[in-house]
Design a protein around this ligand. Sequence first.
Ligand code: 6R9
Length: 668
Amino acid sequence: MTPGATMSDETLSNLLHEKRTFAPPASLVAAANVTQADYDEAARDRLAFWAKQAQRLTWAEPFTEVLDDSNPPFYRWFADGKLNAAYNCVDRHVEAGKGDKVALHWVGEPLEDTRDLTYADLQREVSKAANAYESLGVGAGDCVAIYMPMIPEAIVAMLAAARIGAIHTVVFGGFSAEALAARVEDCGAKLIVTSDGGYRRGAASALKPAVDEAIQKVEAVSPGQVENVLVVRRTGQEVAFDPSIDTWWHETVDSASDQHTPEAFEAEHPLYVMYTSGTTGKPKGIKHTTGGYLTQAAYTHWAQFDLKPETDVYWCTADIGWVTGHSYIVYGPLANGATQVLYEGTPDAPERGRWWKIIQDYKVSLFYTAPTAIRSFMKQGDTVPASYDLSSLRVIGSVGEPINPEAYVWYRTVIGGSGNGGEGTPIIDTWWQTETGATMMTPLPGVTAGKPGSAMLAVPGIEVDVVNDEGVPVGDGQGGYLVVTSPWPSMLRTIWGDDERYVDTYWSRFKEQGYYFAGDGAKKDEDGDIWVLGRVDDVMNVSGHRLSTTEIESALVSHPMVAEAAVVGATDPDTGQAPVAYVILRESAGDGGADIAKVLSDHVRSEIGPIAKPRQIMIVPELPKTRSGKIMRRLLRDVAEKRVVGDTTTLADAGIMDLIAAGAATST
Ligand code: 6R9
């Protein structure tokens, strides 16, 4: 806590008062997958509910025990059952007569560069890749690192690993050689699957050189660890090729047999490791296993999108290198036999309407994206999406950050306005984490009236709460820490190679209660619905009041000139900390005028009160973000406190900090 500041009674002040609600469209309610009865059923017997959801999967050997909680927090789900994840995502749909159903409508970034893969195609491709992996000496328990653009082979590479019981770790294609090397080394990968490059922003970018560099780094500490590199030819660009370690996908995989018998693995067999950067220290390898993970990914994908697999076309814009790509591009949708779009490139290539054109062309009905994307479209204005037919949409989702109420309303009206026969498209605001594996909180589209900015309530079978410093649940209208109060099927099992860090990071804060500490602040509103308020590390203390950055940001975004805002607490001699805001204006606002800082500061005062009024407001062209679109407030705090800016390796665009720091130096 800041020296001199005193702790208020409230764990987190509750500032913003958003009262709008959006009821589910009648047509959706009439045929909804999930109803109130499902919540009631799950509340009566949570474990029986999950045992029933696990029947969405095909088990080679049935489980007899649902949850083994004999050694907390090392929980095990469905532990004596056996299954194969790839079989569940691919083969069983073919066996059920759905081989001709399109699994992937792949859309490359260059126009007209498209490819459809049916479930039967996927079965052949995954089988070939699995055979190729085995011929390269990869087997159950080995680790395969995947560093690829958004092409079908990325999904094939993941499923081929799962099929033979190998553990995959997908590293985002935008990460540096250094970040790749650290992950490859930490999980002990012996095979790296990559491509020559991919298309982004209208041009071919390279990936293979980063792999070559990463291998040199790994060799220096762990000689001989990486045995093979499998390279997909995507762009045809020249790449260095070392035949002693490199193999072309189109030779090794394409020549392999398309027949492969999947072996069943124990439900607790590791499926993948996904690295997530902590605020400090080395990235944590989050370990997920097979049966529980697949159960919750499949159930939540079906429930939250109200998926009708025979008619819906689904599209999640996440990158495969983010957990959202794992659960809601690969495992959830494919386990459910869905048809989905997979898009390689950026939203504005070759023009700003690209995403909306894809929705129109493929009649996308279920759409899942992040607040950062929604705000960037909001910045551009309504005219671009207005020129496309978006009436196929039924349910639209948000994930990654709290969605500001104004961005929510824009998303609902401008993107979702014509959906459901003009009744409008419900938004599912899904709260979850790499660690939780699948959605934990969201309003369900056929049951709950949505509140802009609130993830609202736990999905059936999940138990969350908001507690104070002592671990006692807060009352309605109060804020505190978001916790999960009982184990769930898709939970992380540990941090790869570091059980102690797993226990310390997630289970020591509320050890006595046995609660999982999510690291997010949250509040309960007067109805008891939950609003996530961002990471507790970002909470600031102003004159003894603990304020969430999210609420001040949302107040700023509710001004018609503002598209995006980031707020940080900077050290202040009078108040301990004071809010400093970085704001991106909408294009329609021009430069905002000479008194823009005062206008916005007065707006915050009138929306939420004088305590939250920013000490300084800076207009900036962009904000520092991670590759999954989260604002990196830590770096903005460095600028606000006039420090040297810290580690920027996980930024999507490192140059942005120079721009912001230069602007701050000249502003008053
Ligand atoms: C899936 C994903 C997890 C953190 C999480 C929280 C934030 C995600 C949110 C949300 C408010 C939502 N977050 N979804 N905050 N409302 N709907 O994002 O995983 O990259 O591990 O990030 O993201 O702060 O703790 P991950």
